[in-house]
Ligand binder design. Structure first.
Ligand code: GLA
Length: 394
């Protein structure tokens, strides 16, 4: 758990003012990978790793942003913020300021302290949690009233246009709208969502393969352009296909042979993943854990074989998990190419499961995995007392 009191006193000592503090969570995605930017469906849950953003106003036309994690501070005149990314942690809060300003929000002078415990580069959306925490903190000093789904869209824009990662809306949306003990099925086209309770006898166990990934540039953006190539081909035959959300397995059967083989595989992953994700939400709501688990394993296989976004280490983690008692389902979660697996495990088995997974993984790869026993948590909120007691401030 993040230390709210320590963050408050660090801020007060450094900036001489008592801050208001906001917390925005990381996330784990139960199913629905690389479907968000195809206007499809995702089913993430917010987790109890978060970024705290402590903010106080200033009177000297300066913006100062301190990162506790990187032990660094950036300072800018309020009217001369960087126009471009500098490929470091400050791109996230600065990107947020840039999109807010574009959206017509007057940016005041402020001091901001960021302190987070979402593992970085692990596929648990540390970046979205920084963006959302920063945006909500800055907005609290202005008169602008922006609904949470719109805040998610603006944070996504900061990530796309300023940071340079062509990500979808999932991470920012769940950081805004997540709910305690619930997964969230999001329609990434309409932004309508429904919350599905995660049964209280199940634990969310996250296993970090310790293989790092990065979204800015690299494989993520390559996959996205492959998907766009396939979508354009389908659209040339059936103009109603705006994005892969609109495509069916029949469309792929008819026109897939005109695609490059890799492009067809990427599209097949997304088209089938959308179907699996909606079915998984129905299964979770109906308490049909067997179906939910089967869909998670199928989603992993599709991510590995068709989307080719897994890595040998994550495949080992899923394989080991599938042989353990009390495991409902397991799969690689997040953007891919490393990061974490998500495991839905009966509470009674969760501790043994974690120990076995750690041992088996060490034996197979020589790597010590970090295993987190997580809990589905609330979206962004204001911390309302110095004891660090959190309450929804929606
Ligand atoms: C990253 C992106 C999301 C989503 C996932 C893959 O987390 O930020 O928008 O595309 O990858 O599902």
């Amino acid at each position: 758990m993040l230390d709210v009191t320590a963050t408050r006193s660090l801020h007060s000592r450094r900036f001489g003012q008592d801050p208001v503090i906001f917390s925005a969570p990381g996330r784990v995605n139960l199913i629905g990978e690389h479907t968000d930017y195809a206007d499809g469906f995702v089913m993430p849950a917010a987790i109890d790793f978060a970024t705290l953003a402590a903010i106080s106003p200033r009177t000297d036309n300066t913006i100062a942003i301190n990162s506790v994690n990187f032990d660094e501070q950036v300072t800018y005149p309020v009217d001369n913020l960087p126009a471009k990314a500098s490929h470091q942690w400050s791109d996230y809060p600065v990107g947020v300021l840039s999109v807010l300003r574009e959206a017509g929000v007057h940016i005041p002078a402020f001091s901001l302290t960021l302190n987070g415990d979402v593992p970085i580069g692990a596929g648990l959306s540390s970046s979205a949690s920084i963006e959302v925490a920063s945006m909500v903190a800055v907005l609290s000093l202005t008169s602008a009233e922006i609904p949470l789904p719109r805040i998610a869209q603006l944070c996504q824009r900061a990530e796309n246009n300023f940071v340079g990662a062509s990500t979808g809306i999932m991470d920012q949306f769940i950081a805004c709208c997540g709910a305690e003990d619930h997964a969230l099925l999001l329609d990434c086209r309409s932004l309508e969502y429904r919350l599905a309770p995660i049964p209280s006898h199940l634990s969310l166990v996250i296993a970090n393969s310790m293989v790092k990934h990065s979204h800015a540039g690299g494989e993520y953006n390559t996959r996205r352009s492959e998907v766009e190539e396939g979508t354009a081909l389908l659209r040339s035959h059936r103009p109603e296909i705006k994005l892969l959300r609109d495509a069916t397995p029949d469309d792929l059967a008819r026109w897939g042979s005109e695609m490059r083989p890799d492009v067809l595989k990427r599209c097949r992953h997304i088209v089938t993943e959308n179907i699996r994700t909606v079915a998984a939400a129905d299964a979770l709501e109906a308490g049909d854990l067997k179906t939910l688990g089967r869909l998670m394993y199928e989603a992993h296989a599709s991510y590995r074989d068709d989307f080719e976004a897994s890595c040998p280490e994550c495949d080992i983690l899923v394989d080991l998990a599938s042989k353990e008692p009390g495991v409902i389902g397991a799969r690689l979660t997040g953007g891919g190419f490393g990061g974490c697996t998500v495991n839905l495990v009966e509470n009674a088995n969760a501790r043994d499961f974690s120990a076995h997974l750690r041992e088996g993984y060490l034996e197979a790869t020589g790597i010590e995995a970090d295993i987190y026993l997580c809990h589905a948590s609330a979206g962004v909120h204001k911390i309302t007392s110095s004891e660090g007691e959190a309450q929804l401030a929606k």
